[in-house]
Design a protein. Structure first.
Lengths: 84, 415
């Protein structure tokens, strides 16, 4: 289950934020925000995607750049709001 | 005393972090009017040095144009210095309305309202026209002032990959249920000189019943055959619902901005846009000079033609010299260096050569996209361009970057 979720988020990040010809590798530990793959502006769409997918509401104070900085940290954040 | 040692230590530490990250912005003091050749004191206390300015937004060279300065003097004499009021109390003079009319005519829009800056126009527009049932669909690289404006608005925020029309269409499909959608983009993107494909954007807007908003700050006055901006360049005059733009770049470069577009949108901004309602009116002296600028560029395309020729020449010669120039036609000419330290070193050496241009690096531009952004002006003469080219070639040789590909530069200097 957790593996499926990881895979799904990685696929979304690749599709949503990388160009088709990008050779950037994205794994569960790839830095997303601090590396610039996802900027703080685009983070909003990632948050919306997760909220829609898991039918949850992530409060703004929890939606920090640190919490969204890798797929691993995102999963940790999600686990606070939904059983994974 | 409310300014505690704890607060002081916190702010000092923040500043230390900014310096430590190499992000501290030093201001260089210019001792002359803004033009192609300027006198600069840098660092503070150093002897004043004459340099050629290749980093101003002074695209048409009008910032210190004698007729503009004269018009400013006349405006100061006839309409005074300040208005001590916001627009709607007692801050609207005849010349404010005259400039708004002239801007509407020039941009070929229905109406225009002035703001103290384009930053404030962008801060005010979205929350006036969109609400929680609506969607803002923005290019991912829009200007920071648009990002701030969108943050003030309750509408849902979506963004699409830079200039990627397929991705924009996906977002338009995703948001079909929203009451109103607005596609939001810069006309020209300030770090790259990329031009938004407004023809395709307007077609998609028509197909999916969405509005289009464009910040045309880096185009108004010179893009398009008559210099009206990106909407003219792309053949979509009359199809943009809201244009924001600035008087602070090509149009004299002093201050002020506007929202121009559909009559009701402009009227609503006049009634409800908070930065408009609660900011002082644009000073009469700026308005008088801006009217002269619009008259000058409406009467003749000489300056935008010269800018186009200068840009073409500079881009061609820089490319021939082997510098890695981001392709395009805009006077923003980014010289790609990829590595932040290299960008800073090259900028420093150019300054020694008498060329003032600035290095940009993450987070201002994406990681490993460090560059020197040069900006060509109609105020540049051929000998200015030649001097800049010679300086870039000398410095390029020193760092052995001429004729090198992105990969080769990265291999040598890192990302």
């Amino acid at each position: 289950m957790a593996e499926d979720i990881k895979k799904m988020i990685i696929e979304y990040v690749k599709k949503e934020y990388l160009d088709e010809d990008s050779d950037q590798v994205v794994t569960e530990d790839t830095k997303l925000i601090s590396s610039g793959i996802v900027d703080s502006f685009s983070m909003v769409s990632l948050k919306m995607f997760l909220e829609k997918k898991f039918q949850i509401k992530i409060p703004d104070e929890k939606a920090t750049p640190e919490a969204f900085d890798s797929v691993t940290s995102i999963i940790h954040l999600l686990s606070e709001f939904t059983p994974l | 005393m409310s300014y505690s040692e704890k607060a002081s230590a916190h702010y000092e530490n923040e500043l230390k972090c900014i310096r430590g990250a190499g992000l501290y912005k030093e201001e260089r003091q210019i001792k002359s009017p803004q033009m192609a050749h300027i006198e600069v004191e840098f660092p503070t206390g150093a002897p004043v040095k004459g340099v050629l300015n290749f980093c101003a937004n002074n695209y048409l060279g009008l910032s210190s144009h004698p007729e503009v300065i004269q018009a400013a003097h006349r405006g100061l004499d006839s309409h005074g210095y300040g208005m001590s009021s916001v627009r709607f109390i007692c801050g609207t003079q005849d010349i404010h309305r005259e400039l708004e009319r002239k801007l509407s005519e020039f941009l070929e829009t229905e109406d225009t309202v002035l703001f103290p800056s384009c930053m404030e126009a962008n801060a005010g527009l979205f929350e006036v026209v969109l609400d929680k049932d609506d969607a803002m669909i923005a290019d991912r690289l829009v200007h920071a002032s648009i990002v701030d404006g969108m943050r003030l608005c309750k509408a849902q925020l979506y963004n699409y990959k830079h200039l990627n029309m397929e991705h924009l269409e996906e977002k338009l499909q995703e948001t079909q249920a929203c009451r109103f959608r607005m596609i939001i983009t810069d006309g020209v993107f300030s770090m790259d000189g990329d031009i938004a494909p407004l023809d395709k954007i307007c077609d998609l807007a028509d197909k999916y019943d969405a509005m289009v908003m464009v910040d045309d700050s880096h185009s108004t006055g010179f893009l398009g055959k008559l210099g009206k901006g990106t909407h003219e360049h792309c053949g979509v005059l009359g199809r943009i619902d809201a244009i924001t733009t600035t008087l602070g770049k090509a149009l004299g470069g002093a201050a002020g901005g506007c929202v121009s577009g559909r009559k009701a949108i402009v009227e609503l901004c006049r009634q409800r846009a908070r930065p408009y309602l609660f900011s002082n009116t644009v000073p009469p002296v700026v308005i008088a000079a801006s009217i002269k600028v619009i008259d000058l560029i409406s009467k003749s395309t000489e300056r935008r033609n010269k800018l186009e020729e200068n840009t073409k020449y500079f881009r061609e010669k820089m490319t021939q010299a082997g510098l890695d120039i981001r392709a395009g036609i805009h006077p923003i000419v980014p010289v790609m260096l990829y590595n932040a330290k290299l960008a800073q070193d090259v900028a420093r050496d150019l300054y020694e050569e008498g060329i003032y241009a600035v290095g940009f690096f993450f987070p201002v531009v994406p990681q490993s996209q460090a560059r020197i952004r040069t900006q060509v002006s109609a105020g540049h003469e051929m000998h200015h361009l030649e001097k800049a080219l010679a300086a870039f070639i000398r410095v390029g040789k020193k760092y052995e970057i001429l004729g090198k590909t992105k990969q080769e530069i990265i291999e040598r200097y890192g990302m």
